[in-house]
Design a protein around this ligand. Sequence first.
Ligand code: IMP
Length: 191
Amino acid sequence: MRKIVFATNNKHKLFEVQQILGTKYSIKSLKDIGFTEDIPEDFQTLEENASQKAWHIYNKFKIDCFADDTGLEVNTLNGEPGVLSARYAGEQKSSHDNIMKLLEQLKDKPNRDAQFRTVIALIASGKEYRFEGIVRGSIIQHLKGTDGFGYDPVFLPKGYQETFAEMDIELKNRISHRGLAMSKLVDFLDR
Ligand code: IMP
């Protein structure tokens, strides 16, 4: 089985990606390869951050690897929180605090349209490839559901009655930003 490192220690992301790639590829997390430091992600775009994370690990271990960076882009907030999604309410990176801040910002706004956007950077044999996935939807008024992570309890994908936090993993992976970017990555790896 071809071994690929997913440059993350986020167990939710790892679980989602293993559901998609797990039967064909041996997916290793940073913990699996003994890397426990924080990887810098200090750029202003998802593209640059994903790329920075992937190169950081590739340069150190010389194993094919990929990294993702995801942002929640809200129309009426001019695309915010965007690349700052993880730290929206502060450096403690609390999903609960981030959601509370988001609901507060949208309190009087009639338009609650939003999208999740994921960029994956893959480094294979020293070359970089990028894959993007977008899912459109809206931010609901109150939290619903207990599965998933991050902003899932307030994100209602367009055309569905359940938030990402109420969906089973298979459905979320089929329609989500990360799932769509991952299927482009899979197509590329399978070529
Ligand atoms: P990052 O890609 O780990 O930097 O994620 C940025 C922010 O978006 C963090 O607050 C995550 O919790 C959140 N996030 C990333 N992916 C998802 C998702 O699939 N659902 C909900 N929130 C997410």
